[in-house]
Design a protein around this ligand. Structure first.
Ligand code: PHE
Length: 343
């Protein structure tokens, strides 16, 4: 009996067969269990010798069965590990990497172009107070320009009683820079700006880049050269004509709006060309108003400068031929792919 059980146990190819061998030998109705039950009907002497033998056999059989179980478990674990092996050398399916949004890309380009001209990048908060956004920029409480800005105001004022708002332009960064940094100053300040306005060419959140130069003896000539150099570098061509139109901003005097010439190429407006077919407005600029310089604690008789403010989204649209500003902020991958901004 023992030899038969041990042979069947050794031969068991899997857990199911092994378990039936175990039950057949050691289960409630198993051959060895039944054998043990016969002890009851024996004489004490017989029981002693036969009982010892049966128990020895039972011990050997259950050891062998336990060993077989361990062997089968090891084998099944090995098989499982083998089947779950990953081949790290296989090429992966294309995941389509992330990409830089056109607006961020233009901001990076601007920072690079102006870095070559010696401008640092400055930043300021998007939640501003009305002193930095308006008052220090020579736009007092009653000034009509405040109404023109379609400002988003917060319900509560700050600790000093200043009205809080979402900045309507990047010009408050001019103020923050002049207040904290001794001249000479050469900075650009790109960032988000907000106005309560929405159509194909306006979104409530949009982007501007501010430029500010403060030094001794700065003139309109410096402004014109800087803008020309910047626009040529940005549109990557030399045959670009700028038109400076007299305009009005409370914080610059004189003020001008700057148009860039376009030519019609196969009916499409294309920035550049020595003899423009028309003009597109790209920025506002001027010589920093003496009152603004004084509001920042500087002496306007010693320090002069120029400033400009430019819509970044519009710059991106002009360079990459996009026509609906709102699409910039929809986050639609198909749109980004169409313009080559996503894999
Ligand atoms: N802040 C002005 C605007 O948002 C632009 C500007 C900036 C004009 C600096 C002149 C100088 O329209």
């Amino acid at each position: 009996l023992k030899t038969d059980i041990l042979a069947a146990n050794t031969a068991a190819p899997d857990i199911a067969t092994w378990d039936s061998v175990r039950v057949a030998a050691l289960g409630k109705q198993g051959s060895i269990t039944l054998l043990l039950k016969t002890l009851g009907g024996m004489s004490p002497e017989e029981r002693q010798t036969t009982g010892a033998r049966i128990n020895r056999v039972r011990g050997e059989v259950s050891d062998a069965i336990a060993a077989k179980k361990a062997e089968l478990d090891r084998a099944s674990l090995n098989a499982k590990l083998a089947s779950e092996t990953l081949d790290m050398s296989l090429p992966i399916a294309g995941l389509g990497g992330g990409s830089v949004h056109p607006v961020s890309q233009v901001m990076d380009e601007l920072a690079e172009i102006f870095a070559d001209l010696g401008f640092a990048v400055a930043t300021g908060p998007e939640i501003e107070d009305d002193w930095h956004n308006f008052t220090a920029l020579n736009i007092p409480e009653t000034h009509p320009a405040r109404a023109m800005h379609d400002t988003f105001y917060f319900d509560r004022a700050d600790g000093e009683g200043r009205k809080m708002l979402l900045r309507t332009h990047t010009s408050p960064v001019q103020i923050r820079t002049m207040v904290t940094t001794p001249p000479p100053i050469r900075i650009i300040a790109p960032g988000r700006t907000y106005r309560s306005d929405s159509d194909a060419t306006h979104t409530p959140m949009f982007h501007q880049v501010e430029g500010l130069v403060i030094d001794r003896g700065i003139t309109l000539g410096h402004l014109k050269w800087t803008l020309e150099t910047f626009v040529k570098a940005y549109f990557e061509r030399d045959d670009i004509v700028l038109r400076l139109r007299p305009s009005y901003f409370p914080f610059t005097e004189p003020s001008m709006e700057v148009d860039v010439g376009y030519t019609l190429v196969k009916g499409k407006r294309t920035i550049g060309g020595a003899e423009p077919d028309g003009w597109m407005e790209i920025l506002g600029s001027g010589m920093v108003h003496p009152k603004v310089i004084a509001a920042c604690g500087l002496d306007p008789n010693e320090w002069q400068g120029f400033a400009f403010g430019c819509g970044i989204d519009r710059l991106a649209m002009l360079k990459y031929g996009m026509d609906d500003l709102r699409a910039f902020f929809d986050g639609d991958l198909r749109w980004l792919r169409h313009y080559g901004f996503s894999a």
